[in-house]
Design a protein around this ligand. Sequence first.
Ligand SMILES: Cc1ncc(COP(=O)(O)O)c(C=O)c1O
Length: 376
Amino acid sequence: MKSPPKGRPTYCVIDLAALRWNFEQVKKRVGPGVKILSVVKANAYGHGVREVAKTLSRAGSDGFGVATVEEGIELRESGIRAPILVLTAIYAEQLGQLLQHKLTPAISDLDTLRGLERLLRKRSRSLQFHLKIDTGMGRLGLLHSEIESWLPELSKLKALKLEGLFSQLSHAEDEKAGYTRTQIEAFRRVLERLQKAGFNPPSIHLANSAALIAEGSSHFTMVRPGLMLYGLYPALEMARQVELKPVLSWKTRVMQVKRLPAGSSIGYGRTFVTQRDSSIATLPAGYADGYHRLLSNRGAALVRGKRAPIVGRISMDLTMVDVTDIAGVSQGDEVILLGRQGDAAISADELAGWAETISYEIVTSISARVPRIQKN
Ligand SMILES: Cc1ncc(COP(=O)(O)O)c(C=O)c1O
């Protein structure tokens, strides 16, 4: 492991062995004939995209999914040569960057399709793209039900080459709901209609982590896992189907411990007042680090293998925890904000519960000022 940062001791440890393990579980689940496009957008879900992508590349990832052209360029600059699909934000003025960095755009609407085709012809260039179909998310993509109106547009393309077809599932984490099946069927109908019209894009993909785990019929020729690569479950019941290992843990150290008499108020707004003589530890992590303010007076951190409740409001750079019931806590003690310490653990899902959100938001919100330290 690289050494922790000098000075402010708030950092994340990124366990690359766990990442490799999770990637292997994906491979096992989909079998040898299905490609894996690892979703590493948003700084690899907050895990640090450069090291994550390098590790997944060595483990055999067939490609990478990012949200923006800028994220794609960062991957290229870190030495990734595999195909990179820009999943969401494509703007015609970025065509030069797409071409220069060999990034594949996902195209979701006819105006962008026509605009890129026109610009490419002007430059006498061609470009592979993936077509995004809306099968029931109501977000980006050409509507599956309107295929007869947009299909003729594909036949006019010369410069743009249809390399992939994909859609996004909206409710795959709920295994009981039939909606995923409905989306899969709509997607299959689009695929068959395209094939009948003479199109045979090699990359056909629909499955996110949840569908990859729970719905084999969604695998097609490629899958797009994000969350599960990082060792997190789309739904907790899925832990029965696949064993994943959390990749990220988040640590800090006690900055100061003080004894305060009963009746002392803690933090902004005086939302916590001690009911007894208390030991209060101040931690160098706050909402500007991505430690969510909704954890105030709700969450806990681990100190000396025990849970220390968060007291008072989390402030921008600091958080206070009550360590009255934990013997011997002193300045410099290790504190776990997310992860394991001895037999105790705080998961991203637990933090998400306290912060009224999902694990995705917990890990992607850990801010840039928190160093990520890789462990092999
Ligand atoms: C288009 C697309 N595909 C795949 C994924 C990966 O989803 P998950 O992290 O649930 O596996 C995402 C994530 O939001 C996405 O936007």
